[in-house]
Design a protein around this ligand. Sequence first.
Ligand code: GLU
Length: 466
Amino acid sequence: MASSSPLADSSATEFPPSPRDPAGAVVVRFAPSPTGRLHLGNARIAVLNALYARAHGGSLILRMDDTDEARGTEAFAQAIREDLTWLGLTWVREESQKARAARHAEALETLRAAGRLYPCYETPEELEGKRRRQLARGKPPVYDRAALALSEADRARLEAEGRRPHWRFLLEARDVTWVDLVRGPSHAHAAHLSDPVLVREDGGLLYTLPSVVDDLDFGVTHVIRGEDHVVNTAVQIQIAQALGGRPPAWAHLPLVLGPDGGPLSKRDGALSIGDLRDEGIEAAAIVALMAALGSGTAPDPTLDWDAHARAFRLEAFGRAQPRLDPADLARLSTRVVHALDGSQVRARGYAVSEAHWAVLHANLTRLDELPAWLAVIDGTIEPVRAPEDEDFLARAAACLPAAPWDETTWKAWTGAVKAATGRGGRALFRPLRLALTGLDHGPEMAALLPLMGRERVLARLAGEKA
Ligand code: GLU
């Protein structure tokens, strides 16, 4: 990689194709930190990156931002891969930042050699003190670069005291501009920014530099990420330029709010993707909501990835923070279930015939309710009967028509039961449904009855587990 790496080239012309170069293929990346499960907020960023790649015939790289050894774990990385796969995302390859430490160290040397990296010795408390004093004087809390004035002797003395330096990138005092694909023309003057810390006191790298190095090396053309990172953009552009690279195009999406306009939280039922899956939410519902949220279009959960990609326009996403109501997710999910066909359901591991699916599907809110209904049709259930209905059920059994049965059988049978018992309406239908299905709601009995068959119905009317 190193020899073909853009960072190793001295000329900028060999850099990854510019996003503005129509011949250049789109390369995007989703860069989760494997320090937790994927939740709706970051899954949205993943989905939008994947759609952008698909819409432009480009490719998506999954990059594990796993430099934070203490918190990042392989178990989380694996869970993220599984959740993304479940959502239907594909990526051309996976990269790990941890595995690229040598490249990052090289880049650090490039910055050092260019005079853009300097050691600082302030403790967090000292920095906090400076910050408070600046704010008290009505000044922006920008790092004052005091460390730049340290002499060799000062540094030697501080190190003799046991202090270890952290390292900052020296920003050039100029306005940095970019055309954000979501936020429009954007800029930040470096004078209003603190020189970012790239290397911690313990020698570990913070996220800022590895992200730039990897985006350049992997030829990333578009960085599509959450607005919480827009504060890093000017800094990352300057770092890319200091490394001799051409920065990618940027798109910063506003963060999603909960239904009440506050931050999206667990309290709103906005759980991790794994939790939503366990709750029976369909992946297609999540993808549809993520593709639409904030774009001014209505989510269509019956579309597949290609159809979503054809309809996808990053420019349609605005700066307003969209609200996400998890109840919408449940509703979309039910629409997905209703639209599944029998073969799709069988591919998901449910042994269901076309005839059974035709009768049951419209009544399901989640696919995992299906086995219970299959048991009602041709498995075993516990009939529910009130003591006062026992006689009624015995008389109903005596009225059962002879086989073969079809969709007209229920009407003929209940007509006969009504005539024999004098019961009508709810008093007639409810005990029959409870005895035959164990539940007081469900698909049309007229459709269920012929599928259950006469023997099973007789047994259930007699109160047998059948
Ligand atoms: N690992 C960072 C995050 O999860 C990636 C930020 C970026 O896309 O540059 O927030």
